[in-house]
Design a protein. Structure first.
Length: 271
């Protein structure tokens, strides 16, 4: 199984499928890379990179508390290990925070940002209640309960539910708690104007408490595109995967064409 050694105490599990413009998928808390199971079909055109964050899935928990900045640094080292200079960042829910931090720290390595249910800060009650419930259960080390909840919310089939549960239950309680807490405190709203790369926000039409999170992006990063998937919930990558994948591919096609031209020019220049 492929692992990237990030430091002496942290090894990240990852999978790479396909060739072409790289897309790295970043999962939420108390889950793992397999929540993006249905995005593997995108490997027919793109180099898809799936990995488990520190303290999640098959990755080790590391020796340092989780911070959003730390997770972005881990991702940079992972891409260095794989040999990927630039990538599209696709973050699902909390994974979008890692994508934003990476893009702010390493804009030259960020081709574009895609966020499913994305936000620059958490400022309303509904998501806060869910996150604090997860934190409470993590503090009690009741990770199986959280894993069951995440599996039920993210299933598109009974098989998916079992697979997600088995993987989510591997999450370390302390690291899950730290990830949740770090996200509650994280805020990129004052810095969104620094994001110059293409941005796509995808929301489900039914996740109305999340819809207002698009506004600061549209105001401060006017290149942002917003798509609402009809009858979609917050769990778009697994539950509305056909529509989600189609939206991602439509957004990336023109970016991919430019990427291929640049790669060809660079290759010819080196030759």
């Amino acid at each position: 199984m492929p692992y990237a050694d990030i430091n002496e105490s942290l090894s990240l599990y990852y999978q790479v499928k396909g060739d072409g413009m790289p897309i790295v998928f970043i999962h939420p808390f108390v889950m793992g890379h397999n929540v993006f199971k249905h995005q593997e079909t995108l490997s027919e055109r793109y180099k898809t990179i799936f990995y488990d964050l520190a303290g999640h899935g098959r990755s080790s928990k590391g020796g340092e508390p989780i911070t959003i900045e730390g997770l972005a640094n881990d991702l940079r080292k992972l891409l260095d290990h794989i040999g990927v200079e630039k990538a599209v960042l696709c973050g699902y829910s909390y994974g979008g925070l890692v994508a934003q931090e990476f893009a702010l720290k390493y804009p030259d390595r960020t081709v574009a940002i895609i966020m499913s249910g994305g936000f620059s800060e958490i400022n309303n009650l509904t998501p806060k209640l869910f996150i604090k419930t997860v934190m409470f259960l993590a503090k009690l080390r009741q990770m199986s309960i959280v894993a069951k909840l995440q599996a039920k919310l993210n299933k598109s089939s009974k098989e998916d539910e079992q697979e997600i549960f088995e993987y989510a239950r591997l999450s370390d309680a302390r690291r899950s708690y730290e990830f949740c807490k770090a996200g509650l405190q994280y805020k990129t709203t004052p810095f969104l104007h620094r994001l110059k790369m293409p941005i796509l926000l995808i929301y489900g039409s039914k996740e109305k408490p999340m819809h207002h999170y698009r506004i600061p992006f549209q105001k401060k990063a006017p290149q942002t595109e917003v798509i609402f998937i009809e009858n979609g919930t917050h769990q778009l990558p697994p539950r509305s995967h056909l529509e989600f994948n189609s939206a991602v591919d439509r957004f990336l096609r023109p970016i991919d064409e430019r990427y291929r031209v640049e790669e060809t020019v660079e290759a010819e220049g080196l030759g």
